[in-house]
Design a protein around this ligand. Structure first.
Ligand SMILES: [Zn+2]
Length: 469
């Protein structure tokens, strides 16, 4: 047994003396430093103390532990693998970097003579990781990796705020570990839901409620593309669920300048689930997210989406029958603008005047009037006629989803400012920055983490992680 091990454990008096000595040493050094820097600013003083403070606090933590058993058991210990009596091998030290503390902890080490398994009982009690980072630090690092624009910037943020140096690669690895567990848990919940029947009550047994929607739920389904290494662009599909609240402060007026009618609506309590893959891959995630928010139990449901058929197909299959389908206002207007541009040319004055009139009609929900106006558009060339016909078909196809007058009267969101674009706000800003490329595993993990962060569920996700440890 090394001489170290004899010194590893301390009496309370000795530990107290050692800490006082360390604090006193820091105090003396701080005084000496201040004599040399009498003009030091607050920031300079804090910077000096901060570096040493991590060590001094680490010492307090270490000394508290050294007054105890450090994981050594008086009666020996049996191997968990094979049951053999293990051999005590001393107290090797482990350096640990936490959010506020740097420390070195000696802890009892046992080795099994039969199967050679090694064991540190204290590591398990303290929930120490194999690497030198604390669980708390790793969770913060994973959160930064999700909420900062890139892993490199996240690493820099750790260095600046926590005061320790962590490489981009280490940060990426820590993020992958936490986000991977979050992804796995979501996927497990979703798989379980798929394996079970479709009964509403059964579903609720398998998926924990997360911020259930109270009165009026708004559900939007959205798509995006991200770049996957070696594969090019791949689809990301996502659902966002929000609570529609009335009489809250006015929304910012949308770019159309026409969203005033929605001024008393506010969408709150957003949640998101984004999945890498096509429609079929996305379906379990969509379904589970709707159950998490208990959308099936809500009195009023509005679903606001663009014109893509796959979206409306999913809405019909997974949203309750009482849902009201709304074509996103800005998408409707954009399509009408195409007809005007086909008739008179892009940016023509006539086209703009024509569009303004159609918007007024549409705002009131007068879809028939819009169709008449489309019919009367000048069609000077064949391809223009074709473009106009496409818009007509679009209006006929989505006519029931364009009754904006009624929707507004019922206090439903119609898009354009009130409905957030989940794809942009949750996925693209982080995953399509400056030609970023992802592995498909990395993308799946990041999508899960982004969804949980933007749904305000990060803490819950990490609590589960701590309990699982
Ligand atoms: Zn063994």
């Amino acid at each position: 047994m090394s001489t170290r091990s004899a010194k590893a454990r301390l009496t309370a008096a000795h530990a107290s003396e050692m800490f006082s000595e360390a604090a006193q040493t820091m105090w003396v050094e701080f005084n000496a430093w201040y004599k040399v820097h009498p003009e030091a600013t607050f920031d300079e003083m804090e910077s000096y103390l901060g570096e040493r403070g991590r060590g001094l606090l680490g010492m307090a933590l270490e000394l508290i532990l050294r007054q105890g058993d450090l994981g050594a058991t008086p009666r020996g210990r049996r191997c968990e693998q094979c049951g053999q009596e293990m051999i005590f091998k001393g107290y090797p030290e482990k350096a640990v970097h936490g959010l506020r503390v740097d420390t070195e902890i000696p802890r009892a080490y046992y080795v099994c003579p039969r199967c050679e398994a090694g064991f540190f009982p204290l590591d398990r009690r303290l929930r120490l990781r194999r690497d030198g980072w604390s669980e708390g630090l790793v969770r913060v690092v994973a959160w930064l990796g999700t909420t900062q624009p890139s892993f490199r910037i996240a690493a820099e943020t750790v260095n600046r705020l926590v005061g320790i140096w962590m490489s981009r690669t280490t940060l990426w690895r820590c993020h992958g570990e936490v986000a991977g567990e979050i992804e796995q848990r979501l996927a497990e919940e979703e798989r379980e839901l798929t394996d079970w029947g479709t009964g509403a009550e059964e579903e609720k047994e398998h998926v924990t409620a997360q911020a259930p929607v109270a009165e009026h739920g708004s559900v939007s389904i959205d798509g995006s593309m991200i770049r996957i290494e070696g594969e090019g662009y791949r689809e990301v599909k996502m659902v966002s669920v929000s609570e529609v609240e009335k009489g809250v402060k006015p929304e910012a007026v949308g770019e159309e300048g026409i969203a005033e009618g929605q001024e008393s609506l506010k969408l709150t309590h957003h949640s998101y689930r984004a999945v890498l893959g096509g429609k079929a891959t996305f379906e379990p995630g969509l379904r589970a997210e709707l159950v998490r928010r208990r959308v099936g139990d809500v009195a009023t449901i509005t679903t606001v989406n663009d014109g893509a058929d796959w979206i409306w197909d999913l809405a019909q299959r997974y949203l309750p029958g009482k849902r009201v389908e709304v074509l996103d206002w800005s998408h409707a207007v954009q399509n009408l603008a195409k007809a005007g541009a086909a008739a008179w040319g892009e940016g023509a004055e006539e086209a703009q005047a024509w569009l303004a009139q159609r918007k007024t009609e549409l705002w009131a929900g007068q879809v028939a009037d819009v169709l008449v106006a489309l019919q009367q558009l000048p069609r000077r060339r064949q391809e223009r006629g074709k473009a106009i016909r496409q818009v007509q078909e679009y209006v006929v196809h989505h006519g029931g989803r364009m009754k904006y007058g009624r929707f507004r009267a019922e206090g439903r969101p119609i898009g354009s400012g009130t409905v957030e674009s989940g794809a942009k706000n949750v996925v693209q800003w982080r995953m399509r920055r400056g030609g970023q490329r992802w592995s498909s595993d990395g993308a799946e993990r990041m999508l899960a983490a982004l969804g949980e962060v933007h749904s305000g569920r990060w803490e819950v996700a990490c609590q589960d992680r701590a309990q699982a440890a």
